[in-house]
Design a binder for this molecule. Structure first.
Ligand code: ADP
Length: 485
């Protein structure tokens, strides 16, 4: 382990500027998914610690909300610089607990830093309005104010950058926060505490608690001092949190599950489509909410695409994320491997044809072969369920309208991708797809400049882009009357 990695590896929670253990002294053990070996232990906190963190954030809001956007942007820029200066250490920590290849982990740290810079800049452009008044003697003003204490709950698949998208706009707008990272990957979340302290963020502005998810989540969603909840995770937990947050009518942002279709039309550039398909499917071992879940390929290019995707999948180098040259790391745990096995078993029973992979990898336990299954059918479970693993089911279609209908036949609406060289088709299909993110001839499209968010049951609100700041702001209308004009 790099010496600097040790510096960022915190085994305590950050509450009101103090690094503390759980009240009970209980801990959670964190393991490396590639080896099964223990990395360390973090506090198993619950309701009382969360309440204190919320109190600290509420108190800090009184002063932090009065700072200037420039002061806050400076802190974000300091954090950005520290992330890039320590990219190797932060990436090593991320790979150790999450499993993804080091190159992907470095990419995650870089995009997290880019989000901070984006929000540092956007925070200085939180404009209000002066609206033409319908009354001669009154004037109308609209101003934007920080919403207050923000609760942020994040998943294990992007344990660092998911927080950048939440902490960035919170700090930029003058909000304070209580963060709960995922139990599998708490260290990348706790490292944000070190980054924040060293960047000059005042005590209490950002608090981090790890531990019992439903207890912490219960307090974060029910405590009236919390004014906004931002959650990234499963649709199931998201719905529970939405219900809980209803009691105090909190502002909410939800980034939930997906079931991304990837459509290849006859006119597509197949080389480009295969390259995009590999990135959109096998990145992070298929464990992202924007990863392709279903490939739909038009009949004339079906066999060619299946063969080429199979070859490309077999060529991927599987191994521990810290090993040089690894392109696909382990899955997060054995339960994830078992789910993949179940879905493949179901597809095989129903006529699916394994073109590549289809078995546990020889490295054992959490490693699974990159897999391609041809002759996929709508009755197979992965047509509806999020796979979250390195499995690419390939369906065949004939007509454009069928592809769009099948692609939309899901309660989810996060990301979709399609490949065509026909401009008219590109517009028709883009307009027909009910998805918040559309990649046309591109398989990886996330960037801080663009809004990221799902339609339908994939979520509420957006992160990133100029829109991502609004989620952290309240709108106040001021009517100035009696002007005697
Ligand atoms: P995933 O399937 O990606 O693990 P989850 O929705 O289970 O997605 O987890 C996302 C985040 O939500 C994690 O930080 C997890 O600990 C947290 N979480 C899970 N259950 C609850 C809950 N009942 N209340 C609050 N947070 C929860």
């Amino acid at each position: 382990m790099l010496a600097k990695t040790q510096h960022y590896l915190k085994q305590a929670n950050l509450i009101a500027g103090e690094w503390v253990v759980a009240d009970s002294g209980d801990v959670l053990t964190v393991t490396n998914p590639a080896t099964g070996l223990e990395i360390g232990k973090v506090p198993s906190a619950g309701k009382s610690e969360t309440r204190r963190a919320i109190d600290a954030a509420a108190e800090a809001f009184e002063t932090f909300s009065q700072t200037t956007a420039n002061e806050r942007a400076k802190i974000l820029r300091n954090m950005h610089d520290a992330m890039l200066d320590n990219q190797d250490a932060l990436a090593e920590l991320l790979t150790m607990e999450q499993g993804k290849p080091l190159a992907e982990a470095k990419g995650e740290i870089a995009i997290g830093a880019a989000y901070l810079l984006w929000f540092a800049e956007e925070g200085r452009r939180v404009y209000g309005d002066l609206v033409p008044s319908p009354w001669a003697d009154r004037r109308i003003m609209v101003r934007k104010e920080p919403v207050g204490v923000v609760a942020a709950i994040t998943p294990w698949n992007f344990p660092s950058s998911m927080l950048a998208r939440k902490i960035g706009p919170a700090i930029a707008t003058g909000c304070t926060s209580v963060i709960k990272p995922a139990s599998q990957t708490p260290y990348s979340g706790l490292a944000w505490g070190v980054l924040a302290e060293e960047a000059g963020l005042p005590a209490g502005v950002m608090n981090i608690v790890t531990g019992r998810a439903s207890e912490i989540g219960g307090e974060l969603t029910r405590n009236p001092k919390v004014k906004k909840l931002t959650f990234t995770g499963s649709t199931e937990v998201g719905k529970t949190l939405l219900k809980q947050a209803a009691g105090t009518v909190k502002k909410v942002s939800m980034e939930l599950g997906g079931n991304a279709p990837f459509i290849i039309f006859n006119s597509a550039d197949i080389d480009r489509a295969v390259e995009g398909a590999i990135a959109a499917k096998f990145r992070n071992s298929g464990q992202t909410c924007v990863c392709t879940n279903r490939f739909y390929v038009q009949s004339k290019v079906y066999n060619k695409f299946v063969d080429r995707l199979g070859e490309a999948a077999e060529a991927l180098k599987v191994g521990p994320g810290l090993d040089a040259g690894t392109q696909q790391g382990p899955l997060i745990d054995e339960a994830a491997v078992e789910k993949v096995e179940e879905l493949i078993g179901d597809a095989e029973k129903k006529g699916g044809r394994i073109v590549a992979g289809g078995k546990r990898h020889e490295l054992g336990k959490t490693f699974y072969q990159p897999t391609v299954i041809a002759d996929a059918k709508s009755r197979m479970r992965f047509a509806r369920e999020e796979i979250f693993g390195p499995v690419a089911p390939v369906f065949k279609f004939t007509k454009e309208e069928d592809a769009v209908r099948l692609a939309n036949d899901t309660e989810f609406g996060l990301a979709c991708y399609f490949y065509t060289q026909d401009l008219g088709q590109a517009y028709r299909v883009m307009e027909g797809l009910k998805y918040g993110l559309v990649g046309i001839n591109e398989g990886v499209i996330t960037t801080p400049e663009a809004p990221f968010g799902g339609m339908k049951e994939s979520g509420l609100g957006t992160e990133g882009g100029r829109h991502g700041v609004d989620e952290y702001l309240e709108t106040k209308y001021i009517c100035v009357g009696g002007l005697g004009l």
